[in-house]
Design a protein around this ligand. Structure first.
Ligand code: ARG
Length: 398
């Protein structure tokens, strides 16, 4: 009986309760179930034992609170007509590789060839994940980010974080990214909420759109480009370790943003801030990488073992410094990041990890740590902003 109910779609009712759409299940599976394919109010139409079967087999749409439990459902981004983001010049100076700063002209497109190949790499990643048994969700395709004054839809990790059953939209500090989730992802978010009545989607609140974050002129003494005048964080400044979420302050994440995140977490979760030595900090996911429970690889110039071990959840972990300095390829250029993207891998389940196909040194190193590396070409995605962790959002793990 239980296989019937796995594919049954539940539709929320305004008055509470929900209907189920029997059409979603195959006729064969439904043969003996006695239903005729209409909508039913489940609370009235079903016997208690069938109700129990449904609730125990209904797979969640959002349920993840670490970086390594078996990945069951994931979002994979799409580049769209991507361009250099029109961020504030001080922000670009603080966070972007110096050799490319002159290219950050509003609406200046990334080279067409790079975008086409990045899009193909993202499709390839989605295909690999499906083949590995992961449910894959994709945003709208072909968005013209140049016309929208944006950046790209290829980096959803920056804009969404799942914690338990809750998916939180980040209050981006960069105003050119403020409509990214709405434009490319809102249709998907609605679908997730429809698929799982327990999924909680937290859209960013109106106060977080205030354009007050950057002081003019900037004060040289300030550590970060943004002030604390409204909540700001990028979701990629946080990593989940069960009930503990470890984050960093950065040029895009302020104290008010951390408080905002705390206020939206489900009960039982808390945020701790890691002491990171990175004057250019933006996104923690090329600084630390948990490969499985008990094993974490870190960027030894940005973070110390002591700083990591100070967090109770990591106190007994094996903490391994990344053993060499990663080299950027000659082409395509890394327009938006450092070369430390090997730390931006995507762990499938503590045994399998997705790694850039040509990165033999990293493949060897993770192999020595007991991981099976799945190779995926990703240099063109790397070029426009990040690697496998950036380009995905885990929805369900465990
Ligand atoms: N700022 C990091 C670095 O340059 C890159 C992090 C990329 N992460 C992301 N989520 N977009 O090393």
């Amino acid at each position: 009986m239980s296989t019937v109910w796995k594919s049954v779609k539940r539709n929320k009712l305004k008055e509470g309760g929900f209907y189920i759409n029997i059409h979603q299940a195959s006729p064969l599976e439904l043969k003996d179930s006695g239903f005729d394919g209409k909508f039913y109010d489940i609370n009235r139409a079903l016997t208690p034992s069938i109700r129990m079967t449904i609730s125990s087999t209904n797979t969640p749409a959002v349920q993840a609170d670490d970086e390594w439990s078996p990945l069951k459902a994931v979002i994979v981004g799409r580049a769209g007509r991507a361009c250099f983001p029109a961020a504030h010049p001080e922000m670009i100076k603080a966070t972007m590789p110096t050799e490319h700063v002159h290219r950050f002209i509003p609406k200046n497109p990334f080279p067409k060839d790079i975008i086409e190949k990045a899009e193909a790499e993202l499709d390839f990643l989605a295909a690999i994940l499906k083949a590995e048994g992961v449910r894959v969700y994709r945003p709208l395709s072909g968005i013209d980010w140049i016309a929208e004054g944006g950046y790209t839809g290829a980096m959803p990790r920056d804009g969404l974080i799942s914690v338990g059953n809750t998916l939180i939209e980040a209050p981006f500090a960069w105003s050119c990214r403020s409509r990214e989730i709405k434009l490319a992802y809102s249709q998907m978010l609605r679908q997730l909420a429809e698929e799982d009545e327990n999924a909680r989607i937290v859209y960013r609140s109106a106060e977080t759109f205030a354009d007050t974050l950057i002081n003019e002129p900037q004060d040289e003494k300030d550590q970060w480009v943004i002030n604390n005048s409204r909540p700001a964080f990028d979701a990629a400044d946080f990593m989940r370790f069960g009930s503990t979420i470890i984050g960093q302050y950065s040029h895009v994440t302020n104290q008010a943003g951390v408080e905002y995140l705390r206020s939206h977490l489900p009960v039982g979760y808390h945020v701790e801030m890691l002491n990171v030595n990175d004057p250019h900090a933006m996104h923690i996911d090329a600084t630390i990488l948990p490969l499985r429970e008990g094993l974490l690889v870190y960027h030894p110039y940005k973070v110390t073992e002591d700083a990591l071990r100070a967090h109770k959840v990591l106190a007994n972990w094996n903490l391994v410094p990344f053993p060499f300095i990663p080299q950027a390829p000659e082409w395509p250029p890394l327009y938006m990041t450092s070369a430390w993207l090997p730390l931006n891998a995507l762990v499938l389940d503590g045994e399998r990890v997705i790694v850039e196909a040509s990165d033999e040194r990293t493949i060897k190193f993770y192999g020595e740590l007991g991981m099976k590396c799945i190779k995926c070409p990703f240099k063109h995605v790397n070029s426009i902003g990040g690697s496998f962790h950036c380009a995905t959002v885990d929805l369900v793990r465990g």
